[in-house]
Write a protein that binds this ligand. Sequence first.
Ligand SMILES: CC/C=C\C/C=C\C[C@@H](O)/C=C/C=C/C=C\[C@@H](O)CCCC(=O)O
Ligand SMILES: [Zn+2]
Length: 615
Amino acid sequence: MGRLGKVDPSSYSQPELITTEHSAINWQVDFTNTKLRGSVLHKFNVLSNELDKILLDVRDIEVKNATLLAGGTEVPINYFISDPVADIGQKLTLELPAGTAKGSLSVRIDYETANNASALQWLSPAQTLGKQHPYMFSQCQSIHARSVIPCQDTPAVKFSYDAVVEHPSELTALMSAIIDKQEAGKTHFKQTVPVPAYLVAIAIGKLVSRPLGENSNVWAEEGIVDACAQEFSETSTMLKTASDLCGPYVWKQYDLLVMPPSFPYGGMENPCLTFVTPTLLAGDKSLADVVAHEIAHSWTGNLVTNKNFEHFWLNEGFTVFVESKIMGRLEGDKELDFRMLSNLIELQECLRSQLSDTPELTKLVVDLSNCGPDDAFSQVPYYKGSTFLRYLEDLFGGPSVFEPFLRDYLKKYAYKSIETNDFKEAIYDYFKDSAQKDKLSVVDWDLWLKGEGMPPIIPKFDETLANVIKDLSNLWSTQTVEQLANNPELKKPISVHQQIAFLGKLIESKDIVELNAQKIDLLESTYNLKQSKNAELRFRINRLIIRARLIDRLNDIIDFANSNYRMKFCRPIYRDLAAWPEAKPKAVENFLKVKDEMMAMCSSQVEKDLGLKSA
Ligand SMILES: CC/C=C\C/C=C\C[C@@H](O)/C=C/C=C/C=C\[C@@H](O)CCCC(=O)O
Ligand SMILES: [Zn+2]
């Protein structure tokens, strides 16, 4: 596939020559044909006098017309769409008249999306909780915005947008924007803060809301909305904590939308309206830290944005770092360090089970010249990135020195798209005259940014909470069921997060003595896992059941894999099943049965995980 653009290997658009300033979207939502029909009017800023064409990204979009709007006139323009490139999509070329000058230029494109647009999922009434009304939602990160809008689908370009959406009048339409006006069957939106295309988002369904705080509501289908309000009741406190740490919250509104179970991620930081998976509904608020993560993105990612997805760690590493600080403020420093250490267990697992054949993807800054961003996605930018920041924080003297730097960095690059070198420049600039200046020469940037594998240096964390689970996993790895049954250690209560980390550590243990049905039974009864609504716990116990090769439990495992299509859960489960010859045929059969219920970005990854398609 090769590098598509100078600025972004995954986009045809040329932000060095032209940028989008504002986009006005008009959509009619057609649930019968599962299509969006309408237009987008892009107001561009032309940066070059030589520009003879505009290149945009599209994917399976049918363009009906392209029109240049100039001085009150509308002039049709020629356009061409290239052949598709796998994982990337197509190039839309819009020809410009000779002599097009620098400055403002507007183009309207009339189009419709394919009925299988990769960013969209259309659910029939039967696939919803309420069973009465259809539902549609989007997921544009990383490069799926191009399947719903012909656009500069690169995070190097940020634009404000407004939208008018026509939809069935009994449904509610929400976007990653502020609702400007609601008429019967027509909703008007405005996003005045410039955003990259991947943050354009829409959801339409039979939705209701409950307040979470000032300018903050949770939206969901009626049947779960009260449980959602309960689960996410700490949202306002998290928001306040985040803005104490990062600076003013500029997005005016912070709403949550609890998605149908096929939503492929834990959360998506769509501005004004975070999308979250219903797998966070554990009943005890224990998984609400994902909301802290999405709130943190309001600064790290949404205000300061990676210029392309090679620098995705700038979005995610910073966000995990801030999320951990928010949780640390709420639950204490020991908890903060415990979470950072637990993340490293997850990272280790990811390197072993997902990235062992692609070590180049374990680098903090990756090369996406020949790899679609979705294929490169892993825990590495999250946990290697946040570990790097913690290393730097410790090196420069701890939070009292580093948090003011963090605020300065966020202010310096707010509303901009940046690469790793910009971060490096900010840190050199900030510390240049300070007592910490000499520390800069200690940092081995190449080792951290270009080195493969686990972080080269593991910071000194408080291990109080982690040691408990380390000891516990040693115990469960080395003792027989009989020994364990009489061991008083099993009676000691541990927190939900310790349980999650403990199971994760056990999955990573090289040897587990007597990993059989009895041991799994004992694990389940000791920690009440059979009754647990906690998806993180259920995920991990299912992986242990697979490791124990308990074929009698295969139906339970498949049930879990079918209960939600969050990729964090279903991909490792399918990968594990693919490596278990006795279970693989049933896993494949199940996948083929349910794959149309998944979003395309999920089914195409699971296909690779099952070895049905080459990776
Ligand atoms: C080095 C990685 C390079 C490129 C990856 C860029 C984008 C990846 C793309 O697949 C989109 C990711 C969207 C993520 C959204 C939310 C996550 O934070 C959720 C994390 C997993 C989960 O909790 O379910
Ligand atoms: Zn994130």
